[in-house]
Design a protein around this ligand. Sequence first.
Ligand code: CP
Length: 309
Amino acid sequence: MSELSVNHLLGIKYLQKEDIELIFQTADHFKEVINRPIKKVPSLRDITIANLFFENSTRTRLSFELAEKRLSADVINFSAASSSVKKGETLIDTVSNILSMKVDMVVMRHPNPGAGIFLSRHVNASIVNAGDGAHEHPTQALLDSYSIREKLGGVEGKKVVIVGDILHSRVALSNIFALKLQGAQVKVCGPKTLIPKYIESLGVEVEPNLRKALEWCDVANMLRVQNERMDISYFPSTREYIQLFGLNKAMLDSLSKKIVIMHPGPINRGVEITSDVADSDQAIILDQVQNGVAVRMAVIYLLASKIKQ
Ligand code: CP
């Protein structure tokens, strides 16, 4: 495969296994580029990209902007908090105005699930979903799989447990799609109230006991409890959550093998993982962030190649 099967990156659900392989091969090249003294290539000098963030972000926003600049694209940034959205402008009007300034690609984070899909049907630009509500976060899942591949030599056959708030997590859903597509085995672990009822239809097993889940896996992806997406209480107390689903160093060290610890960030230190786990040599959390730039360079480069045709 020499090009992506899609014109937008709206979700992992719409990708084929070969798309992921192509993105990873391209990311390998860009990872080598960003480790050179001159970390930039002229590939996208003729492309303009708008980063539209309707929801808070640290990693994804900076990572996309850096990826675009490393590819020499022209970049404009938009934050809903300081925009005319506050005066009542609609999503389509906002984006149409931005695109009339000759923008080729839109990277968008939005609180509403499906916002990127909606936009792709109404505007003439390539759309990259940087997280849409509790739906998908495709580039996070790609960088997560890329980091597993880098650490363990591949994703196929690996055992991955995703721990925590699965119900509200776009990272969990995109990871499940990506991992299953590449032939990994996936389990989820968390409070029953935070496990979606449809989860087994995705080919995922539920393991309610954290120790059993950790003894089974090669990789544990520890998710944050997304209080901002909860309108009711899903478990009795944070203290009880920590006791049942928080990972501390004593438990990590007591396992029969050394597992890899991942976290998409932002971390609530002392809740889903303790600081000594987050900072341990088994955690690849900062490698994930570093790989995010190369993976996003690959996604943008491959989508831009389709615009240029
Ligand atoms: N992992 C992630 O999406 O982090 P941000 O919300 O900081 O972008």
